[in-house]
Design a protein around this ligand. Structure first.
Ligand code: SF4
Ligand code: SF4
Ligand code: SF4
Length: 374
């Protein structure tokens, strides 16, 4: 097999189902920058697919390469964030979510590579991954699903009598509250997307660095144990953190099925998922809810317009005797609830209008969880 084949082969293996690492010459250049020939050959010969947990011994057996040599290479890769390690097993991951977060949080590569990688990620998140996510969404396999704000059930969700009651039920994974309430361990990590924006010389204009991702349960424990997550000492503080993110206009995103509870708090300027949605007008991360506006309560302060990450809200001014209208462009809306959460008059509620997207339905979250946690 020629050199280029190993890189292309690894690109193909950096995937799970259709969530992969899109083909492009810049992707191959990126892999060549990160892995030397010996490393890529070992990985290609050792692994059959992404998310296949293998020990150094497994790989040594498979490749016929001396176990100590395999260990040395894998250890080096893990230190640079180029392979995921859990206990004594190693695995390949898809580009994002997966490899990207791990590489940035590990921050073990040399600074020059780190900077170049940041630029590649920024480019790929606008030019390669949005189309992949959108195709997954069209096939009913969404991976970006907004979780409604912590107090959504009490404050925001409105029951629409016209919709059959069974469809009004809030599904597992639709609210951020579920993830926080059922867990006891919490951690936060800096936002990796805002970090690569900063490294690339385009720092986030939208939120302060202090707000990042919120991790719960086993995911938080792993992050604290491995030293890349900062513990949040109590549930109350975790709730406070989630609310702070909501007030800053951030959208809680994530697959978060079962034990993997990595709640991204995403902004439109930097996020690897939301930026593509916002700039390209693709709604591959849409909830089952639509906003509903109450003109009786609205004072036309335009806070909702300012804060909507999709620029989906407009103030329509009257021409003659009609009233002002706050218009929601539902073609662009994600049903994230950020407008409702931040409306000072409670003039926006969310109504369940679809039942087509649930974290379980995508199946991908479960697949990743089963592979990682066994
Ligand atoms: S997905 Fe969102 S919160 Fe997560 S790292 Fe990216 S911008 Fe930050
Ligand atoms: S934030 Fe609320 S009160 Fe202000 S314009 Fe929007 S809907 Fe009206
Ligand atoms: S209109 Fe409201 S619910 Fe829709 S994307 Fe904007 S902030 Fe989110």
């Amino acid at each position: 097999m020629t050199e280029i084949d190993h890189y292309e082969s690894i690109r193909q293996k950096m995937s799970i189902d259709e969530l992969g690492t899109p083909k492009h010459k810049k992707t191959i250049e990126f892999l060549k920058m990160l892995y030397n020939k010996e490393e890529i050959e070992l990985l290609d010969k050792g692994f059959d697919r992404g998310y296949q947990p293998l020990s150094a011994r497994n790989i040594s057996k498979k490749t016929g390469i001396d176990k100590n040599k395999v260990k040395e290479i894998l250890k080096g890769l893990s230190k640079r964030g180029l392979i995921f390690k859990l206990a004594s097993k190693y695995m390949l991951m898809n580009l994002v979510p997966g490899f990207f977060e791990h590489y940035i949080l590990t921050h073990g590569d040399d600074e020059e590579n780190y900077k170049k990688a940041a630029k590649y990620f920024r480019w790929a998140f606008l030019n390669l991954t949005p189309q992949m996510y959108n195709n997954l969404k069209l096939k009913g396999k969404s991976i970006w699903l907004p979780k409604l704000p912590y107090d959504a059930e009490e404050k925001i969700i409105q029951i629409d009598e016209g919709i059959p009651i069974k469809d009004q039920k809030v599904f597992t994974g639709e609210l951020v509250r579920e993830l926080i309430d059922k867990n006891t361990t919490f951690a936060k990590v800096y936002c990796q997307c805002r970090e690569i924006a900063r490294i690339s010389g385009e720092p986030c204009n939208y939120v302060s660095e202090e707000l990042g991702c919120l991790l719960c349960g086993i995911t938080a424990k792993i992050a604290i144990d491995q030293g890349w997550g900062e513990e949040i000492p109590s549930k109350e503080e975790a709730i406070e953190y989630a609310r702070k993110c909501e007030k800053a206009g951030l959208v809680h995103f994530g697959m978060n099925v079962g034990a993997i509870t990595f709640i991204c708090n995403c902004c439109r300027d930097c996020c690897c998922g939301l930026r593509g949605m916002s700039e390209l007008g693709l709604t591959y991360g849409r909830s089952n809810f639509d906003p509903k506006w109450n003109p009786e309560l609205c004072v036309f302060c335009e806070k909702c317009i300012e804060i909507c990450p999709m620029e989906a809200i407009q103030h329509q001014y009257p021409v003659k005797e009609e009233n002002d209208v706050i218009f929601f462009n539902l073609e662009r809306c994600l049903g994230c609830g950020v407008c409702a959460e931040n409306c000072p008059k409670g003039a926006i509620t969310l109504v369940k209008v679809r039942t087509d997207s649930t974290p379980e339905m995508s199946g991908l979250g479960k697949k990743i969880q089963d592979n990682i946690l066994g």
